[in-house]
Write a protein that binds this ligand. Structure first.
Ligand code: MLT
Length: 306
């Protein structure tokens, strides 16, 4: 019987696949064999000696001091790819929100709620809808920085939409990228990618080399009017540089998954509350993958991070 300590928002459905007689799960287990968490942050606390493994139900492991725990012999897993589809779909929503008059149009319709006559409502809308016209994604160029599980799915989606897709990964070669379509064009470096794209979506992990990688210098290379989509992590971009680039028109819109005070009140920033991976399907996929990894490790000693 294994003891698994879980923190917030972890579905036990994944664990249930192993049969309840094999584990005990709960948040108050004092000496667990493993820890399963999602957003809960571990601050390098001294963990009970019983802990052999930690699994993060998500792609990023910024809430776990991986190096320190690894040195203590604790195996740390993440769940690559398990929530990639959810993020991919929100990237599409972000690009559409930035390019079509969706939000302003919906807000505008709400201001017309006092018009009760359908014919008058129709006439008013017809007269006003020009201001909500947008542009299509088809034929535009999307740059993807980071070609792992999520970046590769975003590439497939963009190709299906008729976009041109350019890829660059600071750590992987195009050949090594995760199931990447051969229709994705290669950029020699990040600056070359920024210079030729109408949209750029970021899919790199938050690690030292990616800290503030989208900074003033990088944005100065961007094609004027770029839409930057960041469903990765906020630390990858320098928010002051983003604000300046928006002011100058170098950036048309910044779409991100983390509200930041510096952007409050800006119509050219679309911020979401870190919901890229928040779908029922992604949560279940992550829980199942994390539970599989933990149980395979505890039962068989296997270390499989996929
Ligand atoms: C991830 O790293 O995959 C996401 O941050 C997951 C989440 O929203 O918890």
């Amino acid at each position: 019987m294994y003891k698994i300590k879980t923190f917030n928002q972890i579905s036990v459905k994944g664990l249930d696949r192993f049969g309840r007689d094999k584990y005990e799960v709960g948040s108050d287990i004092g000496h667990p064999d493993a820890i399963l968490l999602r957003s809960h942050k571990l601050h390098n606390e001294v963990l009970p000696d019983s802990v052999l493994a930690i699994a993060r139900a998500g792609a990023g492991v910024n809430n776990v001091p991986v190096d320190d725990y690894s040195k203590k012999g604790i195996v740390v897993f993440n769940t690559p790819g398990a929530n990639a589809n959810a993020v991919k779909e929100l990237v599409l929503a972000g690009m559409l929100l930035s390019s079509r008059g969706i939000k302003n149009g919906i807000d505008h319709v709400k201001t017309l709620h006092d018009i009760s006559d359908a014919a008058e409502l129709h006439k008013t809308l017809e007269a006003q809808k020009k201001q909500f016209a947008g542009q299509e994604l088809k034929g535009k160029t999307l740059g993807i920085i980071g070609l792992g599980a999520i970046g590769s799915l975003v590439a497939d989606m963009a190709l299906a939409l008729g976009m041109n897709v350019v890829g660059y990964d600071p750590a992987l070669s195009i050949e090594a990228a995760w199931r990447l379509s051969s229709d994705v064009q290669r950029a020699e470096n990040m600056h070359a990618l920024l210079a030729r794209c109408d949209y750029v979506s970021l899919h790199v992990p938050a690690i030292k080399p990616t800290l503030n990688m989208i900074n003033e210098d990088a944005l100065a290379q961007a094609k004027p009017g770029l839409v930057l989509v960041n469903f990765a992590r906020e630390s990858i971009v320098d928010p002051n540089a983003i604000a300046k680039a928006l002011d100058k028109g170098q950036l048309r819109t910044y779409v991100c998954d983390f509200p930041e005070p510096i952007f409050y009140g800006r119509d050219d920033v679309i911020a979401m509350p870190h919901i890229g991976a928040s779908t029922a399907e992604a949560e279940e996929n992550c829980a199942i993958m994390a539970a599989d990894q933990i149980m395979d490790f505890l039962e068989n000693g296997n270390i499989k991070n996929s």
